[in-house]
Ligand binder design. Structure first.
Ligand SMILES: C[S@@+](CC[C@H](N)C(=O)[O-])C[C@H]1O[C@@H](n2cnc3c(N)ncnc32)[C@H](O)[C@@H]1O
Length: 313
């Protein structure tokens, strides 16, 4: 983990208190902490840093770091690598979604946050438009893979072809992509380990319907965004599921309750209209949808209509 982000970090378990963390460095290389930890003097939690990866998810105890989530298995990892970098592989079926989302972001000084970054494509895009970009995800294998790409600038992929047959290919980052001004952390997008007002550019892509407390995620993005001169790109297909969140916590897709009806209208209301919405208010610049694609195997793709809203304040 790059040392320069230490000053932004707080204990996510102590929120809403913003408690500084004390670093313990066992091994470092240039400006990177390779082995060590961060401890909270308030609650006593220890957040390990292993192989350069900081584990700042308060829900994942250190012991469970090897428990795989749905996103930890090899086929899902290869699906996401294809989805994020298929254009670099010159695959004719590659999705243009990341280019479309990227076109919605303006270059902006300051630090950018990509929440639920998976294997990092949008974090790379944000790093090219900001001074520094941070991708966070609660999947260890996604963050490990994103960091590997950041450090080595290439990554072999085993693409699923059919049944047990895979095809080996390699993602190589274009030379003009920077990798010195970015970092990836394991963290929970519902309890962000960052000080209030840290970010000038923020993205939450295809994440809100994947978490137990969607509203908490939006409130957290709002907390860590600068009160002024900030931009926020939100996009989601609103695939609500009881396996992920209780119906009463969905932000759309129900018949009753404060967030019944249409998810997109509700999110826009939370951003800039509702009395119980976010403050300072966001101004909606644009909304629409982006076609996003995930590949399962050579003859099976999932086409997803991800509805976006781009907001500024
Ligand atoms: C559908 S994927 C979208 C990935 C990426 N944003 C994109 O659009 O390509 C959802 C991502 O959110 C991550 N995720 C799910 N719950 C999370 C949480 N509570 N905190 C952080 N990341 C989470 C998953 O590991 C996964 O990488």
């Amino acid at each position: 983990m790059k040392k320069r982000i230490l000053k932004m970090l707080i204990c996510p378990a102590c929120l809403p208190e913003e408690q500084d963390l004390n670093p313990h460095i066992k091994a470092e290389k240039e400006n990177d902490i390779v082995e060590g930890g961060l401890s909270c003097p308030r609650c006593g939690r220890e957040y390990p840093i292993q192989n350069g990866i900081a584990f700042l998810d308060p829900n994942a105890s250190h012991k469970t770091q090897n428990t795989p989530s749905k996103y930890e298995n090899a086929p899902v990892l290869s699906s996401y690598l294809w989805s994020h970098y298929g254009d670099l592989l010159k695959d004719e079926n590659a999705t243009a979604a990341y280019r479309d989302w990227n076109n919605l972001m303006r270059p902006s000084p300051g630090i950018a946050l990509d929440a639920g970054s998976a294997v990092g494509r949008f974090t790379f895009e944000l790093s090219r438009k900001s001074d520094f970009a941070i991708g966070i995800d609660n999947s260890h294998s996604f963050i490990r893979t994103a960091r590997e790409l950041m450090l080595k600038r290439e990554k072999e992929i085993q693409l699923q072809q059919e049944g047990l047959v895979t095809r080996k290919t390699k993602v190589i980052l274009p030379e003009q992509w920077r990798n010195g001004n970015m970092e990836f952390l394991v963290a929970d997008a519902q309890a962000l380990p960052f000080r209030s007002g840290s970010f000038s550019s923020l993205a939450s892509l295809n994440l809100v319907d994947k978490m137990p407390k969607p509203l908490k995620h939006l409130q957290e993005m709002n907390r860590v965004a600068k009160p002024k001169e900030a931009q926020f790109l939100f996009s989601d297909p609103f695939s609500w599921s009881k396996e992920v969140a209780e119906e009463q916590d969905w932000l759309g897709g129900t018949h009753n309750g404060p967030y019944s009806g249409n998810g997109m209208e509700n999110v826009m209301g939370i951003l800039n209209g509702r009395e119980d919405g976010l403050r300072p208010k966001w101004h909606i610049q644009k909304h629409g949808h982006v076609w996003w694609k995930i590949r399962t195997h050579q003859n099976h793709f999932e086409l997803i209509r991800s509805c976006f809203v781009k907001a500024n304040r």
